[in-house]
Design a protein around this ligand. Structure first.
Ligand SMILES: [Zn+2]
Ligand SMILES: [Zn+2]
Length: 263
């Protein structure tokens, strides 16, 4: 019981940590210093436990991170979905209705410990998981060698950001950008309307649900290779809708990297 209570307190405390986007106008060195000091203080009083195996000292321990099932080829050249029959270039869905994005790739499958970690990261306020998850995303970026010289996170609607306190894709994009030395453009793409959760919708409904839900509001990406970043890809509908909005600003290319891929 004490452990449960301690975890609840620790999670609540972590959810109250200073987050970068709330401090955008402040001195970034000072923000880093305060965030670092805050994390050290929390770790001292509430040592982290791995979301996978509960090992003390890590939020996601190296053993659990290494055990996450990576997506391996062959995959669809367009949407990145693993192909059950080798020898094909595209999956049946992309042959039937190709996406508007140049390509989507994902690092690992959305199950087991990664599903647990993403859930805590996205809904549980455990933003510190951005570090190991960002490292996993960077591992994927290094091995996949995707085109792109600017990173754009998939945006949440402003109201959802206010409710949650952060956009998990933006946190992930920052962690990735820092590791692979690419700039992150957080204000280029916005979600102009709130959309229903995609989870209970079929592929066709998902595309309709997010159609025209995004808008590119700055000209920053013109001529650049865009790398969209999101936590999970299921059908690619959201990334496709983002690509449609980005395309109007005439970027050189639009690829997407997601941490996880639903099976
Ligand atoms: Zn572990
Ligand atoms: Zn495909």
């Amino acid at each position: 019981m004490t452990g449960v209570l301690q975890k609840a307190v620790r999670d609540h405390m972590r959810s109250c940590q200073p987050i970068g986007h709330q401090s955008k106008a402040r001195d970034p060195i000072m923000v880093d210093y305060v965030e670092d000091a805050w994390k050290k203080l929390l770790d001292l009083f509430f040592p982290p436990r791995c979301v996978g195996c509960e090992l003390e000292g890590h939020h996601l321990c190296p053993t659990c991170l290494a055990a996450v099932a990576r997506v391996k080829p062959p995959w669809c050249a367009l949407c990145g979905r693993p192909l059950s029959r080798p020898g094909f270039h595209l999956c049946p869905q992309c042959l039937h209705s190709p996406l508007l994005i140049d390509g989507i790739r994902s690092v690992a499958f959305f199950d087991g410990v990664l599903r647990e970690a993403v859930h805590h990261f996205k809904y549980g306020g455990l933003t510190v998981l951005g570090e190991p998850l960002g490292e996993l995303a960077a591992e994927g970026w290094r091995s996949l060698r995707l085109p792109g010289d600017v990173i754009v996170p998939v945006p949440l609607h402003a109201r959802r950001v206010r409710e949650r306190g952060y956009n998990q894709s933006a946190l992930l994009a920052r962690e990735l950008g820092r590791r692979v030395n690419l700039p992150v453009l957080e204000n280029s793409l916005i979600r102009t309307r709130e959309t229903a959760p995609q989870v209970d919708l079929n592929a066709q409904q998902r595309h309709a649900n997010v159609a025209d839900a995004f808008e590119c509001v700055t000209g920053e990406i013109c001529g650049h290779g865009v790398l969209l970043v999101d936590d999970v890809c299921t059908t690619g509908a959201t990334l496709n809708a983002c690509a449609e909005a980005l395309r109007k600003q005439e970027p050189r290319s639009i690829w997407a990297l997601t941490l996880a891929r639903a099976r």
